[in-house]
Every structure is written in structure tokens, then in C-alpha cells.
Design a protein around this ligand. Structure first.
Ligand SMILES: [Zn+2]
Length: 337
């Protein structure tokens, strides 16, 4: 991997492209970001220093794009426009400011990294122009095209997640150019390749997923957005399926354990309760009945503490049951008087 540096240098002689493969069969996406020559070579399986080369779960690019901040870009572009007509010291200060802003925006976001590199390369090309005013306009227009789609796709995401039809964001002609590199030679798959606005890539991406009849879902285990063949799928991966199964089993186990000691307690409680009812039925003295009731209250109080011990794992259900049986003589003695 080659890190792209946002610094004053010669512009690249080759254009920078982002190639995207949408693999709906294997639920994967692949991204290659670099100069055209190096991306071509990487597609053929050669090891080339790209700015980015990733294989990710299907949908990651879409979601990442939806999350790309719309803030910060304009400020960075203004700083670069200012740098174009500034003297050396001021130019360096403006470049530094833009570089810091762009570096922050691109952390862990391939769409943002792509846009930032394109903007910087355009700036470097504009630095060579004699007509500073013309250069500024060219840089601003180019940057605008790249930045515009950021922050526009949230409603579309929301609708798609709800399973409602996706209404595409309207775009201009200059914002609708996309190359398709068909399978060729040693590259057996199709790629969408972009060197301008990312919007057409996104439209292409969405269309490939819709063509495959897939729907956008949120994983009930990890919360990640993913694409599934039908609306019944709630789990994004094998890992989440396993984790979900395990969680369900754990909750079932703890429920049945709970039921066991709770049932034992209920049986025991009825034993005490029936003894007291019998006293009342046989018109025992109030004093005797009160003593029995007080003993039951004490018993119940101690049960609460012991149940907590079970929940903490300090007491087993068997120990608890044995303890309760051991308490039976208390009520029996009161009743037998
Ligand atoms: Zn998941």
C-alpha cells in the first residue's frame, strides 16, 4: 500500500481512478484506488502500490458513502484556492490547513480518500497555470463536483432500509459519467471505474444490487447494514449467526435454570401456606397463627437472599432446595403444638 501525501509536489502524470467490483454472488465488494496503470495491473493480480485495495462485505461502500461528512470540504477547497494566488509563506500555510482538513476527512473512508486525492491532484495541476483566476475557477468547479454527493444520500438510505422503493438523487450530465471495464484477458470480472464524481458509481452500485433482487437490512446481532436476498434475513454473516444462536441458547438455559429453582420455591411456599391455612381452618389460637405467619415472612426474606446467591452463581439449585427442606421443621413445630 502507498500512502498518498497531501503536499506540494509535481502532479501525477497519470489520472487517479477508483475501480469498484460489486460481487452480489459472493456478497462482496472490491475497491482499488490508484493511478490508472497501477489499478489495471492490480486487477490482473499483480502486486502494485495502490492508495487503497480492499475486499469487504457487500454494501460497505454504500454505507460508508452515506456516512461521509459534508462538512470540512468547502473549507479545505477555499484554503487551496487561496494558496493558488498566495506568496510562498502564505501558500504553505494554506496548503497545510487544507492537508490537515483532508487528512481528517479521509480516515477510514475510501470514498472520502478518493475525493480528497482528486481535489489535491487538481490543485497541483492548477498551480502550474499562469492565469490564477482561471485556475481558481477550475479547481472550485472540479471540487464541487466531487463533494456535492456527500451528505445527499441519507433519505435514500432510510427508504431503502425500510424496504421502500429507492428514489435516486437527481444528477446532471457532467455528474453521470462512468467507465465500465468489461472482463478482459486475465481479469474475469466487470469493474466500474471512476475518475470524476462518485455519484455514478453509487448509482451503478445500487443498480447491481437491485438487479440481483437484494434488499437492505440491518443485522440484529451487530447492527451493521447489509444486503440480503430477502427481507427475512436479519443476520449479516456466519459469525453473527453463530453469536445469535449462542445468545439464544444462553438465554434459554438461564431461563430453565431460573424456572427450576423458582418452581422448587413455589412448591415449598405452598407447603408453608397450606400449613397456615390448616391452622386457620382448625380455629387455632391467634397467637399460634401469628407465630406461623411471622415464621413464613422470615422464610421468604431468607429466600430472597438465597435467590440472589443463585443468580450470582454462589449457590446451586440443589443446595437451595436442600436448604428449603431443612426449613420445613420450623413451620411443622409451630403447627404441631
Ligand atoms: Zn452482524
Amino acid at each position: 500500500m502507498a500512502e498518498y501525501r497531501f503536499e506540494h509536489k509535481e502532479p501525477l502524470t497519470q489520472r487517479v481512478v477508483l475501480a469498484l467490483r460489486v460481487n452480489t454472488k459472493q456478497l462482496k465488494e472490491q475497491l482499488w484506488l490508484g493511478t490508472e496503470y497501477e489499478v489495471e495491473a492490480a486487477l490482473r493480480g499483480l502486486d502494485k502500490p495502490l492508495y487503497l485495495s480492499q475486499t469487504r462485505p457487500l454494501g460497505a461502500f454504500w454505507c460508508e458513502f452515506g456516512k461521509t461528512s459534508a462538512d470540512g470540504w468547502t473549507e479545505a477547497v477555499w484554503a487551496l484556492c487561496g494558496a493558488l494566488s498566495a506568496r510562498r509563506a502564505e501558500r504553505e500555510a494554506q496548503e497545510q490547513k487544507a492537508a490537515e482538513l483532508l487528512s481528517q476527512l479521509t480516515v477510514g473512508n475510501s470514498a472520502a480518500l478518493y475525493a480528497a486525492i482528486q481535489i489535491w491532484e487538481m490543485y497541483l495541476r492548477c498551480c502550474r497555470g499562469r492565469d490564477k483566476h482561471k485556475a481558481e475557477t477550475a479547481l472550485r468547479d472540479h471540487a464541487q463536483l466531487l463533494i456535492l454527493p456527500f451528505g445527499e444520500y441519507t433519505p435514500e438510505m432510510v427508504n431503502w432500509k425500510r424496504g421502500q422503493p429507492v428514489t435516486p438523487v437527481w444528477n446532471h450530465r457532467e455528474d453521470a459519467k462512468l467507465e465500465i471495464w468489461y472482463p478482459h484477458g486475465r481479469v474475469p470480472f466487470e469493474c466500474a471505474v471512476v475518475s470524476g464524481s462518485l455519484r455514478p458509481t453509487l448509482i451503478y452500485y445500487r443498480q447491481r444490487i437491485l438487479d440481483a433482487g437484494m434488499v437492505m437490512r440491518t443485522c440484529s446481532q451487530c447492527g451493521r447494514v447489509f444486503f440480503a436476498p430477502d427481507a427475512r434475513s436479519n443476520l449479516c454473516s456466519e459469525r453473527c449467526r453463530k453469536a445469535s444462536k449462542k445468545a439464544a441458547k444462553k438465554s434459554f438455559d438461564s431461563k430453565s435454570r431460573e424456572e427450576e429453582y423458582e418452581q422448587a420455591y413455589k412448591r415449598e411456599y405452598m407447603f408453608w401456606y397450606n400449613r397456615i391455612k390448616k391452622l386457620e381452618k382448625n380455629h387455632a389460637s391467634q397467637e399460634q397463627i401469628q407465630r406461623a405467619k411471622t415464621a413464613l415472612r422470615q422464610f421468604r426474606k431468607e429466600v430472597v437472599g438465597r435467590k440472589k446467591q443463585i443468580q450470582n452463581g454462589d449457590l446451586s439449585t440443589t443446595q437451595f432446595i436442600n436448604w428449603m427442606i431443612g426449613q420445613e421443621p420450623i413451620i411443622q413445630e409451630i403447627c404441631d403444638e
